[in-house]
Design a protein around this ligand. Structure first.
Ligand SMILES: Nc1ncnc2c1ncn2[C@@H]1O[C@H](COP(=O)(O)OP(=O)(O)O)[C@@H](O)[C@H]1O
Ligand SMILES: [Mg+2]
Length: 238
């Protein structure tokens, strides 16, 4: 069995909620993620299933440092990502990326496909020339099944499935080691789901990715994963 690439220990994310009914009401604590522990092994797909609202997206965002962690550890490459400062976490983001649930909503409508996919390169490798950047963009577009002539198009010109290919290209252009897929096919038509799931498993093999694959139904997780973790209501009121 391979070694864990990512180890999450007793992860908790609590939100302070202020009711807007009555200014005397006390703030309440919403436990969105309440003690989640797992290992993601090198090169595997770990499925995460749980009903809507059980804290899957919050857990994903916490692993990537996109939402503050209340307590617990996110161990990656000998570091605890839950306790890095913003600059150190940003540097780690080269190695950990996310694919979002709603591809069209997650892409900036004012940017061309080429600009969207190149954005991580601009921020992590600012010294690349425009033509070096373009070559990398075109290469990753090929890997996700987009055509070079689509590079100047805008996201709204694409279907949901094509838009998710753009999101996948953007997530993979830095060649991350871990990719969190947050319900990557939930918003897609049934006929398109299998195409995107197959694409993800091809890319996993090609690039040696370790995938945390979140879904609300067992069917799409089963397609992708050998090990599945079930997240029950990671949430309660106190
Ligand atoms: N920034 C936030 N502030 C307050 N509550 C939040 C925030 N983000 C998520 N929540 C709440 O946390 C719970 C879990 O949400 P989420 O992680 O999106 O679940 P899932 O992805 O499993 O559907 C929900 O009750 C949601 O309303
Ligand atoms: Mg979600």
């Amino acid at each position: 069995m391979s070694a864990p690439i990512l180890a999450v220990r007793d992860l908790r994310v609590y939100f302070e909620i202020r009711s807007n009914e009555g200014w005397l009401s006390k703030p309440q604590t919403l436990r969105a993620v309440d003690g989640v522990t797992f290992d993601l092994l090198q090169g595997e797909t770990l499925g995460v299933v749980g009903e809507s609202g059980c804290g899957k997206t919050t857990m994903a965002r916490a692993v990537l440092g996109l939402v503050p962690v209340t307590s617990g550890e996110v161990l990656f490459g000998g570091k605890d990502l839950a306790h890095l400062d913003a600059g150190e976490m940003r540097a780690q983001r080269q190695h950990l990326q996310i694919i979002f649930q709603d591809p069209l909503a997650s892409l900036d409508p004012r940017m061309t496909l080429g600009q969207i996919i190149a954005e991580p390169l601009r921020s992590f490798f600012p010294k690349l020339t425009a033509s070096e950047r373009q070559a990398k963009v075109v290469e990753i577009m090929g890997h996700v099944g987009l055509l070079p002539e689509q590079i100047n198009r805008y996201p709204h010109e694409f279907s949901g499935g094509q838009a998710q290919r753009i999101g996948i290209a953007r997530a993979l252009i830095l060649r991350p080691e871990v990719v969190v897929c947050d319900e990557p096919v939930s918003a897609l038509d049934v006929s398109i789901k299998a195409q995107i799931l197959n694409l993800l498993s091809d890319l996993q093999e090609r690039f040696g990715l370790s995938l945390l694959f979140i879904a609300h139904d067992l069917a799409s997780v089963r397609h992708a994963s050998r090990r599945v973790m079930v997240l029950y209501l990671a949430r309660s009121w106190s």
